[in-house]
Design a protein around this ligand. Structure first.
Ligand SMILES: Nc1ncnc2c1ncn2[C@@H]1O[C@H](COP(=O)(O)OP(=O)(O)OP(=O)(O)O)[C@@H](O)[C@H]1O
Ligand SMILES: O=C(O)[C@@H](O)C(=O)CO
Length: 423
């Protein structure tokens, strides 16, 4: 294994696995596997990039640090030369969040400073300019992410946000330096490291910027960012002759299907609305769930009764609905209860023979996939930017899509089911 990734959620893990497996156009990527939690055995010999999906984004920082250091150890034991810590392209965290603590702990463990921190993902509209994060044409804190149920992003200046989470000061490399190319980026990062800054926000607006940053990062032991930060990383290994460059093939599974949506993001709510116009759809009564009146058996019965017709169940609510339910029952209690509901539903579905499963939302995907105990996933073709087809191993494979809340075209759900079937 050459490249190891520690991802703080499951959709984010499949996002960066997709980027690494894809590589640069015409060159191909690395042979990549997504692990669902810390693997208990050594990786298969042919794996060139291993992505460990943790469910650490919204947990206590000390626990996230411990889990991430365990993941680091496993990846180093597999031979990885370079480690990426993958967090959300919208920098999802709270002032007490764990991007800073985990990144600093990894930097300490690898004895490095002046480490790149860049959440940019231009393909999904996330750019970093003057240390501020934009989602399309809006600053982060005016993009809808200020209403996130767990990690409301209320400051677009991610240098300032990250400083709330770190022990050491945070540096910044501006876009002019990035445009000067890899040697200028390397020199700027070195200066920040010499000034004792563990982490450095690096501006990036286009994929070309990310390729330049990737080249600058070639010798780095540690890099942190969104999936965009990996755009040029496979190329470094291919150009050094350490990997051949592979193109992910189709991994079709044509079986019964279901869609579960727990994300409350604008994109997912629009996808739900569009899908519901001509497919069987059940809105979960979240108050009923919290009062114990709605159970996983009901959701499963609905999905199984409508199999073959792309059925969807969703909890996704508007910011007002989310606020109301959280103030009545408590944010963490609601999240944990909904996670449990989706997890149990997914277990029932797979034991009833569902073979194609589309899940929307990182926390929701983490809950579902952990409940299914699938082990490791192969990465197939990209469906929409940042969302690949995934396939579990073994003789009863399940084809999966773990969609980040804000990703995907409006007709994503039907498109994803077709791609899973190889159509
Ligand atoms: N109607 C609702 N009211 C309150 N909370 C909800 C509701 N529906 C879902 N949630 C909670 O909102 C959170 C959504 O997080 P999730 O990570 O699944 O989506 P996301 O943040 O949009 O996706 P991503 O992490 O991929 O960007 C979950 O904790 C879920 O339990
Ligand atoms: O970076 C992103 O936006 C996604 O991969 C993600 O992490 C969503 O949970």
């Amino acid at each position: 294994m050459l490249l190891g990734v520690i991802a703080d959620d499951f959709t984010g893990a499949s996002d960066i696995a997709n980027t690494i497996a894809k590589g640069l156009p015409g060159q191909g990527g690395l042979r990549t596997v997504q692990y669902l939690g810390l693997p208990s055995a050594a990786a298969d010999a042919e794996v060139e990039a291993g992505v460990i999906a943790l469910k650490s984004r919204s947990i206590d920082a000390a626990v996230a640090v411990e889990q991430s250091l365990d993941a680091l150890k496993w990846l180093l034991d597999q031979g990885c030369e370079q480690i990426v810590f993958k967090y959300c392209s919208t920098f999802d965290s709270t002032p007490a969040g764990n991007i800073g603590p985990v990144a600093e702990a990894l930097a300490n463990a690898l004895a490095v400073k002046g480490v790149i921190a860049c959440p940019a993902f231009p393909g999904a509209g996330r750019t970093v300019y003057q240390g501020h994060l934009f989602v399309k044409d809006r600053l982060l804190d005016e993009s809808g992410l200020e209403n996130h149920p767990l990690n409301p992003m209320i400051d677009a200046d991610i240098r300032r946000w990250l400083r709330l989470q770190t022990v050491s000061d945070v540096g910044h490399v501006d876009i002019a330096t990035v445009h000067d190319g890899a040697p200028a980026i390397v020199a700027a990062l070195r200066r920040h490291g010499e000034a004792n800054r563990a982490l450095v926000i690096v501006d990036a607006i286009t994929d070309d910027d990310l390729v330049a940053i990737g080249r600058a990062a070639a010798p780095d032991r540690l890099i942190t960012g969104g999936s965009g930060i990996a755009v040029g990383l496979a190329a470094n290994f291919i150009e050094r002759g350490l990997a051949r460059g592979t193109v992910a093939g189709a991994l079709p599974v044509d079986g019964l299907e279901a869609i579960l949506a727990g994300s409350c993001s604008g994109a997912t709510r629009e996808q739900v609305e569009i899908h519901s116009r001509n497919h069987p759809t059940l809105a979960i009564d979240v108050t009923g769930v919290m009062e114990g009146k709605v159970t996983a058996s009901e959701l499963t019965s609905f999905l199984l009764a409508n199999r073959g017709r792309a059925p969807l169940v969703y909890s996704s609510g508007t910011p007002d609905e989310v606020r109301a339910i959280q103030s009545r029952f408590g944010r963490e209690n609601v999240a944990a209860t909904l996670d449990g509901l989706f997890a149990e539903t997914a277990r029932h579905l797979v034991s009833a023979g569902i073979k194609r499963l589309v899940v929307a939302g990182g926390e929701t995907s983490g809950a579902v996939v952990s409940a299914l105990d699938l082990g490791a996933l192969a990465i197939g073709p990209e469906i929409d930017p940042g969302v690949p087809v995934l396939l579990s191993k073994g003789d009863q494979p399940v084809a999966l899509v773990l969609k980040s809340g804000n990703f995907g075209a409006p007709n994503f759900f039907t498109k994803a089911l077709e791609r899973l079937a190889g159509r």
